[in-house]
Design a protein around this ligand. Structure first.
Ligand SMILES: Nc1nc2c(ncn2[C@@H]2O[C@H](COP(=O)(O)OP(=O)(O)OP(=O)(O)O)[C@@H](O)[C@H]2O)c(=O)[nH]1
Ligand SMILES: [Mg+2]
Length: 285
């Protein structure tokens, strides 16, 4: 049985909307989450945007384990055949890196336009990604670079605006949301860990228990330290609730409270910098 549910109607609609937007741009900026670089990637980009140059931002690099950031960046770049850069919303220098990569990636398209005798114009780009990966933060950072809105273009719905980032780049001011499917529960679970799935789509006790199991593999010490437990202690919701004296009426362990605390401790990086998937588990090393 699937533990994490989405609604198929929404997926089809989201896919259609994403495709419409992708048709408008020359270069795609895809944001993924550095803590789950493999699972937050768009798995079927080739179907929706064949042959479009794509820049991948492995965002929230500040929350992910430094030991894995560069390794994953290279693997993602290899498997997608796209440029990939590590980003973090506090690093101002990332913006110039993104801008110059987008210009570089558009070079072929712009040259082809010129050969066809078409008028030179700015490169059009947009940000896409799964929920909560940092799409809006990325757009805001790029837009802060310049504040001029360039108004609606033919074929673009009025609610969308192109923002001129500099004289060479225009950015769609709304992101494209990548529709998630529940085909792969392992991926769904990872997305739930990083809060990329609406909370009413899953049972938080189930997800928190799975997060405990995942963290126990590579970050057991961090977990034990955070909950001030000794090495031989069992890392289950019940045991943590009992040890921390999170009890309900009748002295039952308050496992719901334990789950919420575990999920937010991970999401807010209170356990330290963590990457939830290793290159080894996917056979890359
Ligand atoms: N630590 C850290 N937090 C980030 C980073 N980028 C974004 N965030 C935070 O992650 C959360 C989600 O960021 P958004 O930019 O709203 O993400 P989004 O992809 O637009 O999310 P949706 O619109 O819900 O799909 C916010 O709380 C941001 O402050 C980053 O590089 N590092
Ligand atoms: Mg957003």
């Amino acid at each position: 049985m699937a533990h994490i549910h989405w609604y198929p109607g929404h997926i089809a609609k989201a896919q259609r909307q994403l495709k419409e937007k992708l048709n408008l741009v020359d270069v795609i900026i895809e944001v993924i989450d550095a803590r789950i670089p493999y699972s937050s990637r768009y798995p079927s980009t080739d179907k929706l945007c064949p042959n479009k140059p794509r820049l991948i931002l492995m965002n929230k690099a500040d929350l992910a384990d430094e030991k894995y950031n560069k390794i994953w960046k290279n693997i993602i770049s290899d498997i997608t055949q796209c440029d990939c850069v590590l980003t973090d919303f506090k690093k101002a220098e990332d913006i110039n890196k993104i801008i110059s990569k987008v210009i570089f990636l558009s070079d072929d398209i712009m040259q082809k336009r010129a050969q066809k005798g078409l008028l030179a114009r700015a490169v059009r780009t947009m940000v896409i990604g799964m929920p909560n990966v940092g799409k809006s933060s990325t757009i805001n950072r790029l837009v802060k670079h310049s504040k001029t809105k360039t108004g609606a273009k033919a074929g673009v719905t009025r609610t969308q605006q192109w923002v001129r980032i500099n004289d060479k780049i225009e950015l769609l001011d709304t992101p494209g949301i990548i529709p998630t499917t529940q085909d792969d529960q392992n991926v769904a679970l990872k997305l739930a860990f990083v809060n990329s799935v609406g909370e009413n789509a899953y049972d938080s006790e189930y997800v928190a228990q799975k997060l405990l199991e995942t963290l126990s593999k590579n970050y057991k010490t961090e977990l034990l330290n955070y909950f001030k437990l000794s090495d031989d202690e069992q890392l289950s919701l019940e045991n943590i609730a009992i040890k921390k004296c999170w009890l309900q009426k009748g002295s039952n362990p308050d496992t719901l409270r334990a789950s919420e605390i575990i999920l937010s401790a991970f999401r807010d990086a209170k356990l330290g910098r963590i990457t939830l998937e290793t290159p080894e588990e996917y056979g890359f090393i």
